[in-house]
Write a protein of this length. Structure first.
Length: 284
């Protein structure tokens, strides 16, 4: 059955006052295992006998329609924003605060439902900055959620949303579906349990198509292709196009990281290594 929930106005799936109060209680929970356990229990109470769709403010001035049962990032931000890449977003917030770019350009490669880009917009609004966000998301359902979240946040004019995959070379591929987490869908170029036919573009081609000559920050999470995408970009892009900040999914939990080593060779410094990502910054 076709899901028509995206056609309904924001607020249709708002939390009741009691459930909203309960969700706010997660803000004060302690860090660590005990806090996460309490948050998980509260989330179960919030979602009990509910349709699985929730309209909430996720960041200041930013609204989102969340489907936490089908997407890990939506589940985390539904629990509380502190559970969704808080260190990465705090670093971006500081980058935006001190930026002199007009507008600040943020590329989200593998954008999912748009939470990173919307967080950037929230920070830009707070500091009175202009922002331009380019999101790349090949999955139709996930991209539809992204488009709705951007519209619900009054930010449609700030976003360019690309319907394609990203790879080291141009081509076509299919999406292999993860049964429990939309964030783990993968683009493959072989047959198997796959749906649709996706255009694949190199990152440098996408930048050229949209007239991008400067990237203030880039987040990349393309399920195993991150290294190849970045390498092909670095091999052909002008140094002036290199992102000032890169947030990339960790490619190796043990031993040296290919991504970090490659970026350091291109003039980056590893600022922070979180549980999920590397934060790298250009060294002037």
């Amino acid at each position: 059955m076709e899901d028509l929930s995206g056609d309904l106005p924001f607020g249709t799936f708002a939390l009741t006052p009691a459930r909203g109060w309960l969700r706010e209680r997660m803000t004060g929970l302690p860090a660590g295992r005990f806090g996460r356990t309490c948050a998980s229990l509260i989330r179960r109470l919030l979602t009990w006998r509910q349709p699985g769709i929730f309209d909430v403010e996720v960041f200041p001035t930013i609204n989102a329609r969340l489907y936490p049962a089908t997407n890990v990032c939506e589940k985390r931000v539904f629990m509380n924003t502190r559970y969704f890449d808080a260190q990465e977003r705090n670093y971006l917030d500081e980058v935006i605060r001190i930026s002199t770019s007009d507008p600040l350009v943020f590329l989200d490669v593998g954008a999912n439902v748009g939470l990173y880009g919307l967080s950037v917009v929230s920070s830009a609004r707070r500091y009175g900055r202009e922002a331009r966000v380019i999101c790349i998301e090949p999955d139709d359902t996930t991209r539809a959620r992204l488009i709705n979240n951007v519209a619900f946040s009054g930010a449609s004019e700030l976003f360019t949303i690309e319907n394609c995959g990203v790879g080291p070379i141009r081509g076509r591929g299919s999406i292999t579906v993860h049964p429990d987490n939309r964030g783990e869908h993968r683009i493959v170029t072989t047959n198997g349990e796959a749906i649709g036919s996706i255009e694949i573009k190199p990152l440098q081609d996408i930048c050229a198509e949209h007239g991008i000559t400067r990237i203030d920050a880039l987040k990349i999470d393309v399920e195993g292709l991150d290294f190849d995408v970045l390498k092909s970009f670095f091999d052909v892009a002008a140094v002036s196009l290199y992102p000032q900040v890169i947030i990339a999914e960790r490619d190796n939990q043990k031993g040296p990281s290919n991504i970090a080593v490659m970026c350091e060779a291109r003039g980056y410094s590893l600022v922070k290594q979180t549980s999920l990502n590397f934060i790298l910054a250009r060294v002037d």
